[in-house]
Ligand binder design. Structure first.
Ligand SMILES: [Zn+2]
Ligand SMILES: [Zn+2]
Length: 280
């Protein structure tokens, strides 16, 4: 509970900083407001707690003897294990969610699409998520299972790192542009971008056209997973456009797909940009 309040506080601080710096200008039309409020309320107030309850219930049902079983492992090894397992599993499910745009039934892409159909970047994208995504996203499952196994502190610390990184990489503050352009710091920073995800790397994941990488940069925190699996793309500048090509689904379908499937959207397989070869 404290974790949730702490993270909500951090999100609000970045949000206020973005508003004061004028970084939301022209972002929120009437339709966008409905998507944002709808996804924030249904996700944060309903889906997240429900998903946590479901995990606890399932674990108790399937592995009752494992409750607290790994509580004896000390904090640091447990923390790195939770962080790495959460990142690794997220990398793959996130990658499949994008590649699913070409599946015959692209349900996994459509669950993730709500996070990508915004035509801007800001910290609000961390809640612009279809509520059903919380039931499939591995970070929630890995941290939930870790708590069940007796590693509450390690799970909370790993979730904090991932959440804080998400805030930094979605925020509309591109401090990294100046660092990357610096004569001395630039090459060092670019080397570091092979290890950890920078705002530029994740902004590129939300973009298309020149410097966009919708089929690249799937990791949240550790870019080395993208590097390892050939999907890292370090852009030279900002992507040509943010969002997805074509017309966005109707707002209710953005929030409640698959309950409200909406018409087959232009923003599915046929309009997604063709993957290019990885550029690092
Ligand atoms: Zn994505
Ligand atoms: Zn994102």
């Amino acid at each position: 509970m404290f974790f949730g309040q702490y993270m909500m506080g951090a999100t609000i601080i970045v949000l206020i900083a973005e508003i004061l710096a004028g970084r939301h200008k022209g972002h929120h039309g009437a339709n966008e407001k409905l998507v944002l409020w709808g996804s924030a309320i249904s996700g944060v107030a309903i889906a997240r707690p429900l998903s946590a309850l479901l995990q606890a219930w399932l674990m108790g049902l399937v592995l009752p003897q494992w409750q607290g079983a790994l509580g004896g492992i000390s904090f640091w090894p447990a923390f790195f294990a939770v962080l790495l397992v959460a990142e690794f599993t997220f990398y793959w499910v996130h990658r499949w969610a994008h590649e699913a745009a070409r599946w015959k039934n692209p349900w996994l892409w459509r669950l993730h699409r709500t996070h990508h159909s915004a035509r801007y970047m800001s910290v609000l994208l961390t809640v612009r998520i279809n509520p059903f995504w919380y039931f499939v996203v591995p970070i929630s499952w890995v941290t939930g299972i870790s708590v069940y196994l007796g590693q509450e502190a390690a799970a909370a610390a790993a979730a904090t790192v991932i959440y804080a990184w998400n805030l930094m990489t979605h925020a509309n503050f591109r401090w990294d542009d100046r660092v990357r352009a610096h004569r001395v710091a630039g090459p060092l920073f670019r080397a570091l971008e092979h290890i950890v995800v920078s705002p530029g790397v994740h902004h590129s994941h939300h973009g298309y056209g020149k410097d966009g990488g919708p089929f690249r940069n799937y990791a949240v925190t550790f870019a080395f997973f993208d590097w390892m699996f050939g999907t890292l793309y370090i852009p030279k500048g900002r992507p040509w456009r943010y969002g997805i090509p074509g017309k966005n689904p109707v707002w209710l379908s953005e929030i409640l797909y698959p309950v409200v499937p909406g018409r087959t959207s232009a923003a599915d397989a046929k309009d997604m940009p063709v993957p290019s070869t990885a550029q690092t």
